[in-house]
Ligand binder design. Structure first.
Ligand SMILES: [Zn+2]
Length: 681
C-alpha cells in the first residue's frame, strides 16, 4: 500500500543522565538516517523525539542530590537535546514529558480508557512508610535478598545476584526514606488487562507481520505472547508524574510505561501546533505509516503494551514496523551508565571536535541490527582512516585537485565515452536503487556499505585511468575522466546526506550544488560544463594512534575504578571503645632474618627488631614471600599479642598485612623514614 505520510518515533531517552554511543547506534542514528531518507524522497514525514522525565529513578536521583525532580530533568533534558543537535539528529520536534501539553494528552488518554471501562480496579497490600506518610515504590525499599543474603537488595531486584524480586520477598525490609521498617497497607490501582488483547496481538503481529518485521523483534513478541499476557498496573503511588485524573486517586500518578509512549503523541501535537497543521492524521489515518525506532529492551512496550493501549482507545493506528536493534557493547563489555562504561556524546565532541560524521559512520557500520555488536576504538580508527579518509575523502579530494590543476575548477566536458567509462556509468545507475531497498527494509549497515562501494568505484576508476599521466598527450580524455569523476562526487554528496549529513553538506558546498537533488542520484548530468567547483578542502582527516591510545587509556582507568568499587569486602565489625583500641600496642619494626619452618608450606620464622626488643614471630606468609626477600623490610608489629606456640616455635606478636580478595598479601609499611619501636596510634 502507498502511504501518504510517515510518523517516525525514536525511543524517549530517560532524563537522568547523558546519552552515549549505545543510544546513538541502537536508535537515533538509524532513525535519523531513515527520516532524512524519507524527506529526501519528498515524503510527508514527522520525526519525533523527546525526553522521558517521569518515574522513580528520577525522584531518587533528586533526593540523592538534594534537588527537585524538575531540576534533575531540566539539567539532563538540556544536555541530551544539545547532544542530539550536535550529532545532526534531525528531529522535527524534540519534546519532553514534563510539558503541560503532555500531561493533558496523557491524562485525556487515561480518562478515555477509564470511561470506556478498559481498566480493572484492584486493591492490594503495598509497603507504606508511616513516618513519611507515603507508599513506597520498589526502589524505595531495601532489605536482605532471600536468594543470596545480600543486605542491600532493592524491592524489585537484587543487584548482587541479579534475581528480580517483589518488595514483599525482602527479609528485614527498610524504607529508604526514613530507615524504618515499612508496613503493608491496602491501596487501589488500575490495571490494563493485556490478556484481553491477546487474540488481536496474535493476529496482528504473529500472522500479519510474520514476514516484514525483523526476526529479533518478531521472536521476542512471540515469546511474550506465548507466555501468556497479564494485566498490568497503569497507576502507582508516587508524587512525580502525570496525576491520575479521577476522584479517589489522590497521591497517584500514571505509571511511566503508560505515560511515556503517549509522549510521542504529545510531541506530534506540539509540532503540529507550531506548524499550523492538524496532528491527527499522523496518528489516526490508515494511510499513515507509523514506525517506532527503539532498542531491544523496549520491544515489549512498543509491540505489545502501547498497541494494546492504542487499540483500547480506538481511534489510533498501530505501528507498521518496529525495527528494534540489539545492544552495542563497548570493547567487549556491556555499556553501563552506572559503571560509567560508555562513550558519552558530550565527551566525544570534546575529544573529536567536528567529527560527528565519523562516529555516525562507525556506529552505523557496526550497528547491532540483528545481534549485539561491539564498538572498539581500533575499529573506529580503521573505519575513519581506511574508509572515510582513504576511500571517500581521497577520491573526492583527488578529483577536485585535478579539476583545479587542469581546468581551473571548471567542470570539463565529456568528449567521448570509452568502454571503461560506460561500465562506471552503468554501475552508478544501480546504486540509488540498492541503497533505497536497504533503507526501506531498515538494513542500514547494508545501505551504508553500498554507499561506500560507490566511493570505491570512483576511487578505482580514477586510479585505473591515471589522468595525471596523459594530460600532456590527451587532454580531451582527461576532461572526460574528470567529468565522470565529478559526477560521481556529486552522487556521493547526494546519497551521503542521510548517513553523513555534515560531510555531505561540505561536499555540496565544494561542488557548488544546493537543494534536494535526491531524484538526480544515479545520474551523470548533475554538474554541467558551465559550472565551477570550489577548491578542495579535506572532508576527513586521519585519526592518529595517540588519540586512540588516549581513549583506550580512559576506559582502562574506568575499568580499574570499577574493580575497586565492585570488590566485595567484608562488612564492618561491631564497634570497640577507644579504651579497648588503646590496649593494642602497634609498633614499627624491621625483619632481620627469615627462614622456613620445616614440614610446613606456609610458615616462616622471623626475627624482628621491634625497637623494644628482638623477638621471634611466626607468620603464615611463606606462600607469598621467599625468605631471602624479607630481611631489612619495615613492618608493623602487634606487640602485645599473647605468645603462641606454632609448630613448636613460640611466636611473640604478629605482623600486619592486607589481604586481597584473590588471596594476595601486602605488608603494611610506614611512609617515610620511621625508626623501629615508633608507636602507631
Ligand atoms: Zn541476591
Amino acid at each position: 500500500m502507498r502511504f501518504q505520510r510517515h510518523t517516525v518515533t525514536s525511543a524517549l531517552p530517560y532524563a537522568n543522565g547523558p546519552i552515549h554511543i549505545g543510544h546513538l547506534a541502537g536508535v537515533y542514528v538509524p532513525a535519523d538516517i531513515y527520516a532524512r531518507y524519507l524527506r529526501l524522497k519528498g515524503e510527508d514525514v514527522v520525526f519525533i523525539g523527546g525526553s522521558d522525565e517521569h518515574g522513580v529513578p528520577i525522584t531518587i536521583k533528586a533526593k540523592q542530590e538534594g534537588v527537585t525532580p524538575q531540576q534533575v530533568v531540566d539539567k539532563y533534558h538540556k544536555q541530551i537535546k544539545e547532544s542530539f543537535e550536535a550529532f545532526g539528529i534531525s528531529f522535527d520536534v524534540y519534546s519532553r514529558t514534563s510539558d503541560q501539553r503532555h500531561h493533558d494528552t496523557a491524562s485525556d488518554f487515561f480518562r478515555k480508557l477509564y470511561d470506556t471501562h478498559h481498566f480493572v480496579e484492584q486493591e492490594s497490600d503495598q509497603y507504606f512508610d508511616e513516618e513519611q506518610k507515603q507508599f513506597l515504590a520498589d526502589r524505595y525499599i531495601t532489605g536482605t535478598c532471600p536468594h543470596c543474603g545480600f543486605e542491600r537488595a532493592y524491592g524489585d531486584q537484587c543487584e548482587n545476584c541479579g534475581t528480580s524480586l517483589n518488595a514483599t520477598d525482602l527479609i528485614n525490609p527498610k524504607s529508604v526514606l526514613s530507615g524504618n521498617p515499612p508496613v503493608l497497607k491496602l491501596t487501589k490501582h488500575w490495571f490494563l488487562p493485556l490478556n484481553d488483547f491477546e487474540p488481536m496481538l496474535r493476529q496482528w503481529i504473529l500472522k500479519d507481520h510474520k514476514h516484514d518485521w525483523k526476526t529479533n523483534v518478531y521472536g521476542q513478541c512471540k515469546s511474550w505472547i506465548d507466555q501468556g499476557l497479564q494485566p498490568r498496573a497503569v497507576t502507582r503511588d508516587l508524587d512525580w508524574g502525570v496525576k491520575v485524573p479521577i476522584e479517589g486517586a489522590e497521591g497517584k500518578v500514571l505509571y511511566v510505561w503508560f505515560d511515556a509512549p503517549i509522549g510521542y503523541i504529545s510531541a506530534t501535537r506540539e509540532w503540529a501546533e507550531a506548524k499550523g497543521k492538524d496532528w491527527e492524521p499522523y496518528w489516526k489515518s490508515n494511510d499513515t505509516r507509523l514506525v517506532h525506532f527503539i532498542g531491544k529492551d523496549n520491544i515489549v512496550f512498543h509491540c505489545i503494551v502501547f498497541p494494546a493501549m492504542l487499540k483500547a482507545e480506538g481511534s489510533y493506528i498501530l505501528p507498521d514496523n518496529v525495527p528494534a536493534n540489539e545492544f552495542l557493547n563497548l570493547e567487549g563489555d556491556k555499556v553501563s551508565t552506572s559503571r560509567n562504561w560508555a562513550v558519552w556524546l558530550h565527551e566525544y565532541l570534546q575529544d573529536f571536535p567536528g567529527k560527528q560524521d565519523v562516529l555516525r559512520y562507525a556506529l552505523c557500520a557496526a550497528a547491532p541490527e540483528t545481534k549485539d555488536n561491539d564498538f572498539t576504538w581500533k575499529d573506529f580508527q580503521a573505519r575513519n582512516n581506511s574508509e572515510l579518509v582513504a576511500i571517500l575523502g581521497n577520491f573526492v579530494n583527488r578529483t577536485l585537485v585535478l579539476v583545479h590543476k587542469y581546468f581551473n575548477g571548471c567542470v570539463p566536458e565529456v568528449s567521448q565515452f570509452m568502454p571503461e567509462d560506460l561500465a562506471v556509468v552503468d554501475a552508478l545507475k544501480t546504486f540509488p536503487g540498492k541503497i533505497s531497498i536497504s533503507l526501506d527494509n531498515f538494513r542500514f549497515r547494508e545501505a551504508l556499505a553500498e554507499y561506500m562501494n560507490l566511493a570505491r568505484l570512483g576511487n578505482k576508476y580514477l586510479t585505473d585511468a591515471e589522468p595525471w599521466k596523459i594530460f600532456q598527450t590527451d587532454p580531451d580524455r582527461v576532461a572526460t575522466i574528470l567529468n565522470i569523476s565529478l559526477q560521481l562526487c556529486a552522487n556521493l554528496a547526494i546519497l551521503g546526506e542521510p548517513f553523513l549529513p555534515f560531510s555531505s553538506q561540505k561536499l555540496f558546498a565544494q561542488l557548488n550544488l544546493e537543494g534536494n537533488l535526491w531524484h538526480m542520484a544515479g545520474n551523470i548530468h548533475i554538474l554541467n560544463s558551465t559550472q565551477v567547483v570550489n577548491a578542495p578542502q579535506l572532508l576527513f582527516e586521519k585519526i592518529e594512534d595517540h588519540q586512540i591510545a588516549f581513549q583506550v587509556e580512559k576506559l582502562a582507568k574506568t575499568k580499574l575504578l570499577n574493580q575497586i568499587v565492585q570488590t566485595p569486602v567484608e562488612a564492618a565489625k561491631d564497634p570497640v571503645s577507644f579504651e579497648e583500641f588503646q590496649k593494642t600496642d602497634l609498633r614499627i619494626g624491621t625483619i632481620l632474618t627469615a627462614e622456613k619452618i620445616a614440614k610446613t608450606k606456609k610458615l616462616l620464622k622471623l626475627e624482628v627488631d621491634t625497637g623494644v626488643d628482638r623477638r621471634t614471630i611466626v607468620s603464615g606468609i611463606a606462600g607469598h614471600f621467599a625468605p631471602e626477600q624479607l630481611p631489612g623490610k619495615k613492618v608493623v608489629v602487634l606487640l602485645n599479642l599473647e605468645p603462641r606456640v606454632i609448630k613448636g616455635v613460640v611466636s611473640h606478636g604478629m605482623l600486619l598485612l592486607a589481604e586481597t580478595p584473590q588471596g594476595g598479601l601486602h605488608f603494611i609499611v610506614p611512609e617515610g623514614d620511621v625508626d623501629n619501636g615508633m608507636k602507631i596510634s
